[in-house]
Design a protein around this ligand. Sequence first.
Ligand SMILES: [Zn+2]
Length: 111
Amino acid sequence: MPIYEYECAACGRIAAHVMLGSRRAARPACPHCGASRTRRVMSSFAVVESETSRLANLDTSRRPDDSFYSDSRNVGLWAKKRARQMGVDLGSKFDETVEKARTGKLIKDME
Ligand SMILES: [Zn+2]
């Protein structure tokens, strides 16, 4: 049973979908925001790691360079991992802020 990952064009999040025979051609809607503009991504490529693996692979002993942040999905990741290592609970508010930063809503809110 093939499992594909789809990236949402609206919110940029990735969701895995199990494709069943007749539904193979249909693109699933984003489970996070409901947008129907999704594109299939190849999960075997390192650039589409899940956040879990991104967190696991992230080396917080050195500052990430600018290219790291050119991928919006990496926004907030560094702070998140550092906080986890220090045993700090950032709470849901932090996730919300990161989400806003990733989607550009934070900038809009500050305007
Ligand atoms: Zn979405």
